[in-house]
Design a protein around this ligand. Structure first.
Ligand code: PMM
Length: 276
């Protein structure tokens, strides 16, 4: 993955009725396609399309329902010439999405939820994002217990790398993600962000997905302790994107592209000592 802009910006399109910050926004696929085209025009390099909510407590849907949600959106975006990643834990959905033009598989379970996923991706020959994950959403917060979160996430990600390689996925098609908010309390997320260079030190490109997550709502809570609303976390999300870029992230996954774009321009100009 040489020669790509750094970091890449993945714009999020959730075609779900219940995702935490943008669920239910797109009652039909043409609206989701229009939003993806808008995010791309604002500077997103890829659009990450998901059809199954992973918010804490979410229950699962069927593969058919997931495909019914994402495939029309992927078709519309691919027809518009926009690169798409498919956010799924199911091999069948990943295969259908790639058949319809998706170019990256984003598996928040790192291949753990569906034993068919890693062999399928090896066969498809596309890159895969392996996120750190411990359990499905309805129970993941029961697993948010660590002695040393950075060491344990690193070890568990390395195990997913080994599984991906053993399944036949090429080393240069593996991307890692610390999985902020997935079986993590706020303190775990901050420890992982602080240690981003150690995660990058595992030797793979790293995607950071912090956008609008609950730990930002908690950080930005008002004086009475009420968390900041999800839609009002974009300033903090943009700062995370800039800091992630500064520390070597390969990509950021965000809901609000304009604020991310501006933050990354500032970071680049600062890093170079020049706006050119
Ligand atoms: N977070 C969500 C969904 N998919 N994929 C990756 N690779 N990394 C993430 O952190 C991630 C993800 C949940 O957030 P959303 O509901 O806003 O999509």
């Amino acid at each position: 993955m040489v020669g790509v802009p750094s970091p890449l910006v993945f714009g999020v399109i959730n075609t779900t009725p219940d995702s935490f910050s943008d669920g239910g926004r797109f009652p039909d696929s043409s609206m989701a396609v229009a939003e993806g085209i808008r995010l791309h025009s604002q500077g997103a390099h890829l659009i990450d399309v998901g059809g199954e909510s992973t918010r804490p407590g979410a229950t699962r849907i069927s593969g058919d329902e997931e495909c019914g949600r994402v495939i029309p959106v992927i078709n519309g975006l691919v027809a518009a010439g926009i690169p798409v990643s498919i956010d799924t834990m199911r091999a069948s959905t990943a295969c259908a999405a790639v058949e319809h033009g998706a170019c990256i598989v984003n598996d928040v379970s790192g291949g753990l939820a569906d034993p068919a996923m890693l062999p399928a991706v090896a066969e498809l020959g596309v890159p895969i994002i392996l996120m750190h994950w411990r359990a499905h959403s309805h129970e993941m917060q029961n697993w948010a217990s660590y002695d040393d979160v950075v060491a344990e996430v690193s070890t568990e990600l390395s195990a997913r790398v080994d599984a991906a390689l053993a399944a036949g996925i090429a080393r240069d098609r593996i991307i890692l993600d610390p999985g902020l908010g997935f079986a993590k309390e706020a303190g775990h997320n901050w420890a992982l962000l602080h240690a981003l260079p150690r995660i990058i030190g595992l030797g793979f490109p790293v995607l950071v997905g912090a956008s609008r997550k609950r730990f930002l709502g908690a950080l930005l809570a008002d004086d009475a302790g009420a968390p900041r609303e999800a839609l009002e976390r974009d300033g903090a999300s943009a700062v995370i994107s800039a800091l992630a870029a500064e520390h070597g992230a390969w990509a950021v996954r965000v809901h609000d592209v304009p604020s991310t774009h501006d933050a990354l321009l500032v970071q680049r100009a600062w890093a170079k000592g020049s706006a050119q």
